[in-house]
Design a binder for this molecule. Structure first.
Ligand code: ADP
Length: 484
């Protein structure tokens, strides 16, 4: 069991009150590094989710909106609380997710950055008077909170993902009902301990519900009191939410799966490209939606790139994220491990060459620790090219020309992140413009940041998080033309 001052309650939170399980049902949370049970969390059903929605409704102030200064204060309080409790949050995050402690600390800073950004830019949501006087009127545009919002988050960034959503929702004045992934609810509970203790949020402004995802999801989809859902997770569940909310015509903000191409031209600084690939690919053990999923290297540079990459990959340390010097933790669960193993086995069976890492047949007793692996000679028929691997496996393929690699990159239903390495600025611009991805790193493998809008094209999602665009996701513009 995990003991922490931030986990005195391991339950949901509705209307400013913890909802301890009593005799009710619970679900267990495990440490993926060793299988240990960390906590038994109170599971909720439909009636609790409805109670959370009604509490959120009572916190929604439409007639007398929360002033911008108050909303800014909430955001600043949360940022402060996160940074003050950084180490404790990181320890909880590392225990339930498995990522190295240093990465977990980085995630706390990343999360704090979203509250900081929204606080600093909240005046963008102040009413705006149009410079023109169309139709002989003076026009004011008000940015009204859309209402009570459902925020559903995945396990790969237990704090980062909720920070993106909650910062923008609170900036807009929207109360929320929040559902974390069942694999990683403890970081969210710890966040709620901080919200409860260190902020002036009114009761009902933030509510936490946990339990069977489809039950909670259904109530949020069906409720006429929840006009918007913001979801990060799989494309499969995103599609389901689109269908289930269609009768109500809800607004959906969706950040779904990716299948990121990482393209290296032969004029690129290959050492730098390998550095960026290492940081990008192995963050969170390869379990991020912006991780390179397919690496295309121009034929003349492939042999050298392979050698540089193999050396770096062989030097990685896999282990319990709590231990010093660990680069890669365990995968989140057995299904995650099995998927990586299937992708590597499939690539080898279809003619790929193992460049680094073990033969997957030797991995029966590896726990959830998948050794980082590189396979060269991958082709479009392989599972690792078609599906998102979500693990520490790098598939490499050679390409010859620019148009060819653009077509390969775009040959996916996804469009979240892509990366291009070249010293030629014109080529970089040309290729980026042709790649149908919401984020295209040029000579960098960096991912999202609070200051810039991030989101997917095609089946990778709808809407943006971060930047001023992210601030506007949770408001509805209302125009008031004044005739005088
Ligand atoms: P992943 O593959 O990353 O686990 P999921 O899409 O399965 O992604 O899960 C992301 C989040 O969506 C989690 O909080 C999960 O519990 C939740 N979820 C899963 N199914 C549903 C559903 N039918 N309705 C609402 N939320 C769901």
């Amino acid at each position: 069991m995990i003991v922490s001052p931030l986990l005195q309650h391991v339950s949901g939170y509705i209307d400013g009150e913890w909802q301890d399980a009593g005799e009710g049902p619970t679900f267990d949370v495990h440490n993926p590094a060793n299988g240990e049970t960390l906590a038994s969390v109170a599971a909720m059903g439909a009636s609790e989710v409805m109670a959370a929605i009604s509490s959120a409704c009572s916190a929604l102030k439409l007639a007398q909106p929360y002033p911008l200064e108050i909303r800014k204060q909430w955001l600043e309080e949360i940022r402060e609380a996160l940074l003050t409790h950084r180490d404790e949050l990181a320890r909880i995050l590392c225990s339930e997710h498995g990522k190295p402690l240093a990465e977990a600390r980085g995630e706390v800073d990343y999360a704090a950055g979203f509250f900081d950004y929204c606080a600093a830019h909240i005046t963008a949501l102040a009413p705006d008077v149009l410079a023109e006087r169309p139709r002989g009127c003076s026009w004011t545009v008000h940015y009204r909170p859309i209402g009570v919002v459902g925020l559903i988050t995945p396990w790969n960034f237990p704090l980062g993902m909720i920070a993106k959503k909650l910062s923008a929702a609170l900036a807009a004045g929207c109360p929320s009902v929040i559902k974390p992934a069942s694999e990683t609810p403890l970081t969210m509970i710890a966040l709620f301990s901080l919200l409860d203790e260190y902020t002036s949020l009114p009761p009902g402004m933030v509510n936490l519900v946990m339990g069977p995802a489809s039950v909670i999801g259904k109530v949020l989809c069906d409720s006429p009191d929840v006009p918007m859902l913001s979801f990060t997770g799989s494309t499969e569940v995103g599609r389901r939410l689109l269908v289930e909310t269609a009768p109500q015509v809800k607004k959906l903000s969706l950040e779904l799966g990716g299948n990121a191409p990482f393209i290296v031209f032969d004029d690129a600084d290959l050492e730098a490209a390998v550095d960026h690939l290492m940081a990008n690919k192995f963050r969170g053990g390869g379990q991020t939606c912006v991780c390179a999923n397919r690496v295309y290297v121009q034929r003349g540079a492939l042999a050298r790139f392979e050698a540089l990459l193999a050396e770096r990959v062989n030097a990685l340390t896999v282990g319990d994220g709590m231990a010093d010097g660990v680069d890669i933790g365990p995968l989140i669960n057995q299904a995650g491990f099995d998927k990586v193993r299937r992708h590597v086995s499939d690539a080898l069976a279809k003619g790929g060459t193992l460049v680094a890492g073990p033969d997957p047949v030797t991995l029966d007793n590896a726990g959830l620790f998948y050794p980082p692996t590189v396979v060269s000679g991958v082709t479009a028929e392989m599972d690792c090219v078609r599906e998102e691997t979500f693990g520490p496996f790098v598939p490499l393929a050679a390409f010859d020309g620019e148009q060819e690699v653009v077509a390969l990159g775009n040959d996916t239903e996804f469009g979240l992140a892509a990366y291009v390495f070249t010293r030629d600025p014109e080529r970089a611009q040309r290729v980026a413009a042709c790649l149908r991805f919401g984020h295209v790193g040029w000579n960098t493998g960096t991912g999202p940041t609070p200051e810039a809008p991030f989101g997917g094209m095609k089946a990778s999602g709808i809407g943006r998080e971060g930047g001023v665009e992210g601030l506007f996701e949770f408001v509805e513009p209302q125009t008031i033309p004044r005739g005088d």
